[in-house]
Design a protein around this ligand. Structure first.
Ligand code: 8YV
Length: 309
């Protein structure tokens, strides 16, 4: 393909923006808001992210679109069915972020159970001078349920074995080669688990999978950790369970309406709130960027993606 026109849906960090601008014939959608309605037919390739996505409405405005290269592993914000129906290929950035996201999951398990973030606040606010921080919950040797057992879920399990945890997982179909115990019934997994970690894709199929019933099953000593998508959890039910003390705690990297986080959670010491930073390290974000460019270049040169969906 000779010099295709690439649409960049939203702003990335400067290094990423500059490389796109330098190496491609680029349209920045946030700078030319009417471009799609006026000249959408010019666009050959979309560069987007799990955050910005590419909607069915946007797709309809780009009749000559051939490929979508997305930064991130999640694709719930991309109109995948509409794209596939038109033969538009999609790439994401799988694998390169597994380790950092799995590290974040384990970090949240530890921080939520041991309340390190709240203990840190205790020190900073001078409260240690008036007394010890209350006792918290042990992590090692506990029961860990993992919901979604793809590459990230397996990396979480691998790390948890180092903490002598007993591990079971739930997904749509059993993975007989995984070496871990499958639990077909999500409620039974939540009842069994001390920690329930969500590592499944977002989207319609998992919307509010974790509802009031599952939270009640996890119980007053149970901890929920979400590094997947905010939409997987019924956030109102989560807030209610934490307020009522019927759920032991929550470690959350993702929310239903980011960057808005329910203020009711702010004062809770048994809740850890992260601003969607699972993959946000220098090393991993560079690897994700490079994979976007590798996909773009492979598609422009050979009409093939390296990591197609
Ligand atoms: C990023 C993510 O925050 O990969 C994903 O699906 O949610 C994260 O790694 C996201 O890609 C940034 O838009």
């Amino acid at each position: 393909m000779s010099r295709p026109t690439v649409l960049q849906v939203g702003r990335f960090p400067p290094r990423f923006n500059e490389r796109l601008q330098r190496d491609y014939q680029l349209v920045r959608l946030w700078e030319q808001k009417d471009f799609l309605s006026e000249r959408g037919a010019d666009i050959d390739i979309v560069v987007t992210s799990a955050r910005y996505g590419c909607s069915a409405e946007q797709l309809a405005q780009m009749p000559n679109l051939k490929a979508i290269c997305s930064f991130g592993v999640g694709y719930d914000s991309i109109a995948v069915d509409e794209a596939k129906a038109r033969g538009i290929v999609i790439s994401t950035t799988p694998d390169v972020l597994n380790e950092c996201v799995a590290d974040t999951a384990i970090g949240l398990v530890i921080d939520t159970a041991r309340q390190f973030a709240a203990s840190d606040r205790h020190v900073r606010q001078g409260k240690w001078l008036n007394g010890q921080y209350p006792l918290t919950r042990k992590v090692s040797g506990k029961k860990l349920g993992i919901v979604g057992f793809g590459r990230i879920g397996k990396d979480i399990a691998k790390r948890a074995t180092g903490f002598d945890m007993e591990i079971r997982y739930h997904k749509r179909r059993e993975d007989p080669d995984s070496g871990y115990r499958f639990e077909a019934d999500l409620k039974a997994l939540a009842t069994w688990a001390d920690f329930l970690v969500l590592a499944c894709p977002g989207g319609a199929a998992t919307h509010h999978l974790i509802d009031a019933e599952i939270l009640a099953a996890l119980g007053a000593n149970g901890i929920l950790v979400n590094i997947a998508r905010g939409t997987v959890v019924d956030e109102q039910a989560l807030v209610a369970a934490l307020q009522a003390g019927t759920l032991g705690g929550a470690g959350l990297d993702v929310f239903e309406d980011e960057p808005r986080v329910p203020e009711a959670l702010f004062g809770m010491p048994n809740v850890v709130l992260l601003p969607h930073v699972g993959s946000a390290t220098e090393e991993t974000r560079l690897a994700m960027e490079n994979l976007v460019f590798d996909n773009l270049d492979a598609f422009i040169e050979r009409g093939e993606l390296i990591t197609p969906l």
